[in-house]
Design a protein around this ligand. Sequence first.
Ligand SMILES: *Cc1c(COP(=O)(O)O)cnc(C)c1O
Length: 419
Amino acid sequence: MRKAPFIDKKTAQAIDEKIPTPFYVYDEAGIVQNAENIKSAFSWNPGFKEYFAVKATPNPYILTLLKNHGIGVDCSSLTELMLSKAVGYSGDDIMFSSNETPAEDYRLAKELGAIVNLDDITHIDYFDNLCGLNETMSIRYNPGGVFTVSNGIMDNPQDAKYGMTTEQMYEAVRIMMSRGVKHFGIHSFLVSNTVTNDYYPMLAKKLFALAVDIHAKTGAHIAFVNLSGGVGIPYTPDQEPNDIFVIGDGVRKVYEEIFTPAGMTDVAIYTEMGRYVLGPYGALVTKAIHEKHIYKEYIGVDACAVNLMRPAMYGSYHHITVLGKEDDPCTETYDVVGGLCENNDKFAIDRKLPKIDKGDYLFIHDTGAHGYSMGYNYNGKLRCAEVLVHPDKSFDLIRRAETPKDYFATFDFSDYKFE
Ligand SMILES: *Cc1c(COP(=O)(O)O)cnc(C)c1O
């Protein structure tokens, strides 16, 4: 499928005049439409709730937009909880799915009334001693072995650090029931970025069967099943996008197959998607500032891996559109590179693109999730701004770029002068 940018060159120029490149842009119209689609795909389940994985795009303006459309938050750290609190989230609109959790994180989750999803059986005592167990508790499952979805999509839960074994799941429920816990949730995250409509239904099959068996053996009330994240997006133009309506319907069929005959018809379905909710609706916009002709052709841009780590870290493909040259033939082969002193600081390698001139805007697609948020400060490079583009193409700065002062802020200024 042809990948079309959600802003044109004129809009990029207008933003650049006020907020110099590089910057992230987010597409308000796309985010809202997608949030509504997700809710409607699961509307057959009265308790359904999507808890947006805050780590994907931790920006209060984005969270507010999602909140206004009935989306909850999934947090995994103290600051993600603080951010969610600042946006006005509380109670069971917050899922706390952490691991190796510090005490202060659990304390804030408790104070906010969040649903706590325990990653390990030893955390029952840890959380109980710190704050006391809640009436509703969630537990994270790791079935071990290999989990195969379809078309060769699979992962190895046996090698993952997350969750409890099958035996521990039953044991955890028994322990917590004996301490007065009344309602339980079951959570699992087995494969990342699945571009197939089969992942959620296949995961649901496993988790629903486990829920029925736990209920049968312990009498526990299973209040919800959390299918977590893992629903992917097509990063490359040749991939077929997921259809959330097909996914929702697939989960409904499994629900009717497993929960309905067991008489468990009040189980709510929760999801914790990050990538699927925001990924396609954010882009990194960067300007070509240099060209270099050695053994290969290079385009140097003003963003680097600190602004978008995925290509350097995972070798991820991110599609690039040269704004204003959408229809030009891809006659050149470039490495598009940032300025870090690391040879993996490349947004694209041997990429066929139109001829790029200095000053051109490059729109790096599908970076709305796990883009800005994975940023860092290596080489003393600074994090860039974030901009929300409204449906009428007007825009707002939703996070300013870092300045050197931010970078130096953790030193004691009384000892050294930086200005
Ligand atoms: C990262 C994460 C998610 C979101 O995953 P996506 O692949 O971005 O949808 C959800 N739940 C947990 C516990 C996570 O760690």
